[in-house]
Design a protein around this ligand. Structure first.
Ligand code: KIV
Ligand code: ZN
Length: 531
């Protein structure tokens, strides 16, 4: 949890939009099972609000939001502070969208509707074709309509940071009178600097003084200023901050949850604010987001990058050994990067395995637990010590194979030089029919991918292929991440892990192809409606 002196530090609302704005990262589409898993993890992490999706965009989004609203916080993922998180859905400022958002969140213990309308001149004139007066009318109508349905309504003047400040103040005043409980100020295109954005927030706070409205900040990273702008907003009086895990999101992404939270944690001497985040769950949440979305974290990324706590220079290493505070302002354990608390092995029983899964945030039904335990035993036969990261990688695979689509049963590869690398794959299709195919390739992975293509039959292109090890040691699992695209330019990621990297490569490719065909189905249903 956060550092000392909590009682005197004012509490900030952490609004996580990984499942909505984060999912707008190219290629980061998440299926319903993955969304629910991630929502549970966010609940365990201790976020206050989960923006679960944009129900008017597609029937899949509506279904996913509804499931999250029904389950998260009422099950094993109840957050540390005891209260379930608020579940929020996005809606344009039109009644149809607001109805869809309400249909998504209404069964949550604490539902919220988030409606938005652009207020900047460029958006009013060129996108919306509305006068200033018409814009205010639309805000009034949308917010008051949402308030009739739901007691908790957030309004966002999109592109607020490029909106004339006097008009922005008028717009937020209208939203407040119409019943908005939170007013969010988005730097939609990542345009302002911290000094400017802080001043803008101060004006909005002043405008809303004397009302119960909470002012929020939502910053994009186009100029690399999203975190700095978010913190400047908090310093200027905002009390909600909108973030995504690993900073994923539209274009250059959003402010990163882990950065904003750890700034408040490490610099309480500068800004006396606190969050309800269990910081020791940050690393596992970051890994989960990376695995589910296929968006890898750059090694030098603050807080969660592989090198964030690595010391290369001899002088630094010497200092760290003498006193870690010489070169570390945070300790790795504070963000959950310490060693695994409990290492399981082939003699570990079902009970110990189940307990560890619950601690890691997995709430599996009996049948899923049986498969997970069987997979764990198989892994423990190949790998002496099975740590948390191995379990996370293994469950990621199981989660994918349980989500429908094609599933790898077996593969065999003949490789080496001179010769023709040849692969045989055995795959079960979504209807349960088993297929065996053989192909020759330029290397073992190429041969496997050609054989898979013969079974799946989609026209796809492999855009990216990465392999890295889950943990250290010769028996470590390899984790493969791929990006594949179809002939319409749609991109999906896939991830797979195994102690055999050819098997991991096959799992990752199949996962990518499955996600691609799921996103084709979803795109068909939604007919391209997006913010
Ligand atoms: O960036 C943005 O303006 C948004 C709004 C919908 C809040 O994501
Ligand atoms: Zn945004």
């Amino acid at each position: 949890m956060t550092a000392g002196g909590e009682g005197t530090r004012e509490r900030v609302v952490v609004f996580d939009t990984t499942l909505r704005d984060g999912e707008q990262s190219p290629g980061a589409t998440l299926g319903a099972v993955a969304k629910l898993r991630l929502a549970r993890q966010l609940s365990l992490l201790g976020v206050d609000v989960i923006e679960a999706g944009f129900p008017a965009a597609s029937s899949d989004d509506l279904r996913a939001v509804r499931r999250i609203a029904e389950l998260v916080g009422t099950d094993g993922s109840r957050r540390a502070e005891g209260r379930p998180p608020t579940v929020c859905a996005l809606a344009r400022a039109v009644r149809g969208d607001i109805d869809a958002a309400w249909a998504g969140v209404r069964s949550a213990a604490s539902p919220r509707i988030h409606t938005f309308l652009a207020t900047s001149e460029i958006h009013r004139q060129h996108k919306l074709r509305l006068t200033a007066e018409q814009t205010l009318d639309r805000i009034r109508d949308a917010v008051s309509y949402a308030r009739c349905l739901c007691p908790d309504v957030e309004f966002s003047p999109e592109d607020a940071s490029r909106t004339e400040i006097d008009f922005l103040c008028e717009a937020v005043a209208v939203a407040a009178v119409a019943g908005a409980t939170t007013i969010n100020v988005p730097d939609t295109v990542g345009y302002e600097t911290p000094t400017e954005f802080g001043a803008r927030i101060a004006r909005v706070v002043e405008q809303l003084a004397g009302t119960p409205v909470i002012v929020s900040a939502h910053c994009h990273d186009d100029l690399g200023l999203a975190t700095a702008n978010s913190v400047a907003a908090l310093a200027a009086g905002a009390r909600q901050v909108e973030v995504t895990v690993n900073g994923i999101g539209e274009r250059a992404g959003n402010a990163a949850l882990e950065e904003v939270v750890m700034i408040l944690d490490a610099r309480a001497d500068w800004l006396s604010l606190r969050t309800g985040i269990d910081t020791t769950r940050i690393a596992e949440t970051s890994r989960l987001v990376s695995d589910l979305t296929g968006v890898r974290v750059q090694p030098h990324k603050a807080i969660v990058g592989a090198n964030a706590f690595a010391h290369e220079s001899g002088i630094h290493q010497d200092g760290i050994l003498k006193n870690p505070a010489t070169y570390e302002i945070l300790c790795p354990e504070a963000v959950g990067l310490g060693p695994s608390v409990l290492v399981l092995g082939k003699h570990s029983g079902r009970h110990a395995f189940r307990v560890r899964l619950t601690e890691l945030g997995y709430d599996l039904e009996e049948a899923a637990l049986d498969s997970a335990f069987a997979a764990f035993k198989a892994l423990a036969d190949r790998k002496k010590n099975v740590g948390d990261r191995d379990i996370e990688a293994m469950l990621g695979d199981l989660l994918e194979s349980g989500a429908g689509g094609h599933r790898l049963v077996d593969l065999q590869v003949v490789s080496g030089r001179p010769g023709m690398p040849t692969a045989t794959v055995r795959i079960i299709d979504p209807d349960g029919v088993e297929h065996v195919e053989v192909a020759v390739g330029t290397g073992p992975v190429d041969a496997v991918y050609r054989a898979i293509d013969r079974v799946v039959g989609t026209e796809s292109e492999l855009l990216e292929f990465n392999v890295h090890s889950v943990t250290e040691g010769i028996d470590a699992q390899g984790k493969v991440t791929v990006h594949v695209s179809d002939n319409k330019g749609r991109v999906a990621s896939g991830v797979g892990a195994d102690t055999d990297i050819i098997v991991a490569s096959a799992k990752a490719y199949l996962c990518g192809l499955n996600r691609l065909s799921a996103s084709v189905a979803q795109a068909g249903a939604s007919a391209g409606r997006r913010t």
